[in-house]
Ligand binder design. Structure first.
Ligand code: NAP
Length: 242
C-alpha cells in the first residue's frame, strides 16, 4: 500500500483530500499547524476506509519540522509516494497597508513550505523511480487579485516551483503538478462579504462555488496511475472562472 502525505490535512480542502486518498487505498499521513482536534477527526474518518492514518503537528515553513515530519511518516508508514502540498494561509490587505510580517508569513507557509516538503520527499521518490507531487496553488496565482498581493505571489511562485521540479525529476518517473482551485466553499472563503461573493459568481461560468470534493477528485486523479503521463501542469478547478 502506498503512502500519501497531505500537508494542512486537518480541515478544509486538505481534510477532504486526505479522506479521498484514504478511500482510494493509500495509507495517509496529515500534518497540521495547531488544530489537534480537527486533525484527530480527519484521521478517524480516514481509518474508516481500512487504511492506516496518522496526524503530526508540523510547521511546513520550518525545515527542522518538515524533516522530522518526513522521518516520522517514513518510520510509521513507509516512504511518501504521494505528496500533496496543501497547507496554506491568507493575510489579505492592500499593498499600501500590507506589513512585511504579513508578506513573510504567507510566503513562508505557502511557497517555502511547499519547497521544503518537495525537497524532503524527492530522495525517496528518486529511489523508487516513482512519485506524485501535487501542489495546491490558486487561480489567483495566475490572475492576481486585489488585496492578495502576498497570497497571489506565493501561489504564482508555487507554479514556477512545480514546473521546475517537474523538469528536474521527470526522468526519475516523478510527476509534479499543481491544482489551482477557484472559489471553494471553506472556512477560508465563508467569511467574505456577500457583495464579494456575488462579484465572484458573475465571473464563474458554472454559476456556483466549488466544493472541497471537486478539488479532491482532481488530486485523486493526479495521485493515481491514470495521470502517469501528466507532469508540469496546472489544472484549474474553477467552474470556468474568468
Ligand atoms: P483552511 O481551511 O484554512 O485550512 C488550512 C490548513 O493548513 C489547516 O489544516 C491548517 O492547520 C494548515 N496550516 C496552516 N498553516 C500551516 C503551517 N505553517 N504548517 C502546517 N500546516 C498549516 O484552508 P483551505 O481553504 O482548505 O485551503 C487549502 C489550500 O487550498 C490552501 O493552500 C489554499 O491556499 C488553497 N486554496 C483554497 C481556496 C478556497 O477557496 N478555499 C481557493 C484556492 C486555493 P490547522 O488546522 O492546524 O490550523
Amino acid at each position: 500500500m502506498s503512502t500519501a502525505l497531505v500537508t494542512g490535512g486537518s480541515r478544509g480542502i486538505g481534510s477532504v483530500i486526505a479522506k479521498t486518498l484514504a478511500r482510494s487505498g493509500h495509507d495517509v499521513a496529515i500534518c497540521y499547524a495547531g488544530n489537534e482536534e480537527a486533525a484527530a477527526e480527519t484521521v478517524k474518518e480516514c481509518e474508516t476506509f481500512g487504511i492506516r492514518a496518522l496526524a503530526f503537528k508540523a510547521d511546513v515553513s520550518s525545515e527542522a519540522d518538515v524533516n522530522e515530519l518526513f522521518s516520522k511518516v517514513k518510520e510509521a508508514l513507509g516512504p511518501v509516494e504521494v505528496l500533496v502540498n496543501n497547507a496554506g494561509i491568507t493575510k489579505d490587505g492592500l499593498l499600501i497597508r500590507m506589513s512585511e510580517a504579513d508578506f513573510d508569513a504567507v510566503y513562508e507557509t505557502n511557497l517555502k513550505g511547499t519547497f521544503l516538503c518537495c525537497k524532503a520527499a524527492i530522495k525517496d521518490m528518486m529511489k523508487a523511480r516513482y512519485g506524485k507531487i501535487i501542489n495546491i496553488t490558486s487561480i489567483v496565482g495566475i490572475t492576481g487579485n486585489a488585496g492578495q498581493a502576498n497570497y497571489a505571489a506565493s501561489k504564482a511562485g508555487m507554479i514556477g516551483l512545480t514546473k521546475s521540479i517537474a523538469k528536474e525529476y521527470g526522468a526519475k518517473g516523478i510527476c509534479v503538478n499543481a491544482v489551482a482551485p477557484g472559489f471553494i466553499m471553506t472556512k477560508m472563503t465563508e467569511d467574505l462579504p456577500d457583495a464579494v461573493k456575488e462579484e465572484y459568481l458573475k465571473k464563474i461560468s458554472l454559476k456556483r462555488f466549488g466544493t472541497c470534493e471537486e478539488v479532491a477528485n482532481t488530486v485523486e486523479f493526479l495521485a493515481g496511475h491514470g495521470s502517469d503521463y501528466i507532469t508540469g501542469q496546472v489544472i484549474e478547478v474553477t467552474g470556468g472562472m474568468q
